[in-house]
Design a protein. Structure first.
Length: 183
């Protein structure tokens, strides 16, 4: 079951062209979801991909599919540390930041919109979304765009092409392990 979520929603991360994806996975049994996540982690860890359950609800869970090396690269970009410090992040260490994000997701004080940074979205678009309360974007696709619309549209197209190719290959019998690119 989780493989289908990964193919349909995380192909760009599997292909190493996107830092991370966040998927909302429904489950009948949380224990079964844990088994699936652990199995995927065994398969994908050698490729540099990790699945982390960030938040558990009654019948679904937010699963973060991430390449921590790419996340660390994104966190080290100019302005990101200063931006995250506004939300209580003390440093830009990837493991620490994911832990802090998980805490913020579970504290119930609304949705932490800085999550865009953790998904590889441009800082200008994340700050634009927050400043505009999700309104007045230039366009939207994987995220709402407030800066560099042309580049974002190219990225959206690349992600969609990747998803289609991965879906076709997976439907044809290619395994997740073979589809995931090692970095």
């Amino acid at each position: 079951m989780i493989e289908e979520y990964l193919i349909n929603h995380c192909s760009p991360t599997l292909a190493s062209i996107k830092t991370a994806n966040l998927i909302n996975v429904s489950f009948e049994s949380f224990d079964d979801l844990l088994v699936s996540v652990n199995r995927m982690n065994e398969i994908l860890s050698s490729k540099g991909i990790e699945l982390l359950i960030l938040k558990r609800c009654e019948k679904s869970a937010l699963v973060y599919v991430v390449r921590l090396t790419l996340l660390q690269r994104d966190l080290n970009k100019s302005g990101v540390g200063e931006f995250l410090s506004e939300y209580g992040y003390a440093c830009v260490d990837a493991a620490y930041c994911v832990s802090r994000l998980k805490m913020r997701l579970n504290c119930g004080d609304g949705f932490p919109h800085e999550i865009g940074i953790f998904l590889g979205y441009p800082l200008g678009d994340v700050t634009g979304f927050i400043k505009n309360a999700g309104q007045n974007s230039l366009c939207s696709g994987c995220w709402k765009v407030y800066c560099n619309e042309c580049e974002a549209m190219k990225t959206f197209s690349k992600y969609e092409h990747c998803r289609k190719v991965y879906n076709k290959l997976w439907q044809g019998g290619r395994s997740i392990e073979r589809l995931a690119v090692a970095v």
